[in-house]
Design a protein around this ligand. Sequence first.
Ligand SMILES: *Cc1c(COP(=O)(O)O)cnc(C)c1O
Length: 437
Amino acid sequence: MSTERRSSNAGAFERAQAVIPGGVNSPVRAFRAVGGTPRFIRRAQGAYLWDVEGRRYIDYIGSWGPMILGHGHPAVLDAVTRAAREGLSFGAPTEAEAELAEALIDLVPAVEQVRLVSSGTEAAMSAIRLARGATGRSLIVKFEGCYHGHADALLVKAGSGLATFGHPTSAGVPPEVVQHTLVLPYNDLALLEQAFAGRGREIACVMIEPIAGNMNFVRASVPFMTRLRQLCSAHGALLVFDEVMTGFRVALGGAHSLYAQAIPGFRADLFVFGKVIGGGMPLAAFAGPREIMSQLAPLGPVYQAGTLSGNPVATACGLATLREIRAPGFFDRLSQSTRMLVRGLLAAAQAEGVPLAVDCEGGMFGFFFADSLPQDYAAVMATDKERFDRFFHAMLDRGVYLAPAMYEAGFVSAAHSDEDLDATIAAARESFALIAR
Ligand SMILES: *Cc1c(COP(=O)(O)O)cnc(C)c1O
């Protein structure tokens, strides 16, 4: 092991590229979208990351969402080390798994039963199998710009016409595998109506990110969600909320609680959770009413399993994280910090004459180099990428670590102090000034 090579980001990247495809274990980490050298992280504490060169960054990625308490929260570390000492994995049930399920049910009243898995991908894939098994139908509907992990059937983009099959977005996914996946534009009521009118009886489920964080930050409009619920109910299709990103992040009850407030009687059928519920450890879940969940093995005919599912260390980490975010006032404070950040970004952009549109909810935010907030994927991709890329690097140079692609959301944690937010806004003002030219 050469310590010399480990002491620079460029050296670490070169070394990693020799033995890991692209040098990374998840593609977005490679900075391909924005160019440049990814930062190799050595450690993190609170709101900060330190790279191998010893540079500090204010972290707005938070491991892509899980680190809602910030890094190295003492209560979480305590729970994790205590659990680890009791045993890393048993392959047998533990009481803590029921405790975590109970906590999720308590926070999301539409949920009656929960199954724990190890990644959001696994959870979304399993929820789809369950929806198909429970309805006896094959067709699934997803929306362009929503990401539900990388299960084959979900790696699809829209075909040329509405009623045509989607096209795989990855090599290695046979067209036959995605022939049961229909992809619709987000927030497009007319095409939604048309899809249900034509194929409603074939649809097992519609999966949606209620606030789409995989195209930066785009909310499903209330009329769109209202109609989606009506159409699913009328045609016997299940509405699946993918809250891997938004769950316990945009509000204590997730995005579901926001739509349930806005739409009388609103309730999704199935849920997919991840990220925050693992607190930074590999843990995710899918959940729903007992009637549907009891279709799962060992009770029912829908098979699903996992060697490390409900892993005791990950479960302890998730439980400790959920305990902290349930403290009175937690989400009020987090929301206030996030609002302070996006308002500051907007004011800084305006001061430098850079068109910017911002939105946020709870501890999640988005900003677009555009005059108004995009409503779908095409509009997100039409925002100013060149400006985003230059802004990203200007911020990185100033010690602010934003997601390295314009179609990713940002995250504020409870560890971000007002001073951190002020420093970020000051860096943004300088960066906007640079890119305004
Ligand atoms: C991150 C994410 C996933 C995939 O989760 P992994 O743990 O990365 O497999 C699925 N859905 C949404 C909405 C996500 O943000």
